[in-house]
Design a binder for this molecule. Structure first.
Ligand code: FMN
Length: 185
């Protein structure tokens, strides 16, 4: 697949088949994704790979509960309160794979660097027919010291991106965007 086609076809995928993605496939994608540019050459990324579906679904419930019980603390999620209160809603859309990207705060560029890796990952996954969706809701839990400790994430790493991943169940339409604004030309 041409890079341009991967860019045009990639969409946030929120419905997955039951087909699992092997850890080796994810590792191979990550190995390529980290060829991204990196501020001062520091390569400040680290990954947590979750593939236990029962755990992923339980984490979704934990996040929904936490956000709904403290909605005032999450103004960015207020517009989604009805989704989070819906017992059928799964934050990770019942994905069998969730890949979490953490940035080493020793690098002042870690958020940029890890976001570039996330972008690469989404396009590389697209090339292999794997759908992804960045899950901002995960910020309510995955940066907590208890979560990081339980998943062996060092305390000096901060959450940057969470991607749910799986083989798409339905076709998605190509991406459309409003015309870019140039402030000068
Ligand atoms: C930082 C960020 C956070 C996002 N958080 C969520 C989320 O929590 N749940 C979700 O379903 N989609 C989430 N998305 C996906 C966006 O809704 C999606 O990218 C946007 O609507 C454009 O659609 P497209 O990706 O299909 O082109 C997030 C995307 C980004 C970049």
């Amino acid at each position: 697949m041409e890079l341009k086609d991967a860019i045009l076809q990639r969409r946030s995928v929120r419905s997955y088949t039951d087909a699992p993605i092997s850890p080796e496939t994810i590792e191979a994608l990550v190995e390529l994704a980290v060829k991204a540019p990196t501020g001062s050459g520091l390569q400040p990324w680290g990954f947590a790979l979750l593939q236990d579906k029962a755990e992923i679904d339980a984490l979704s419930e934990q996040i929904k509960k936490k956000v709904c019980e403290n909605i005032a603390a999450y103004p960015e999620f207020a517009q989604y309160e009805s989704w989070l209160k819906n017992e059928k809603y799964s934050i990770f859309n019942h994905a069998g794979t969730v890949l979490v990207i953490y940035g080493d705060t020793a690098s002042p560029w870690c958020v940029y660097d890890c976001s570039l890796v996330a972008g690469n990952l989404m396009l590389l996954a697209e090339e292999q027919g794997i759908g992804t969706c960045w899950i901002g809701f995960a910020e309510a839990l995955f940066d907590d010291p208890e979560f990081k400790q339980a998943h062996k994430v060092p305390a000096n790493f901060k959450l940057v991106a969470t991607l749910s991943m799986g083989f798409r169940k339905h076709e998605t339409k190509p991406c459309e965007r409003k015309a870019p604004v140039f402030f000068c030309k």
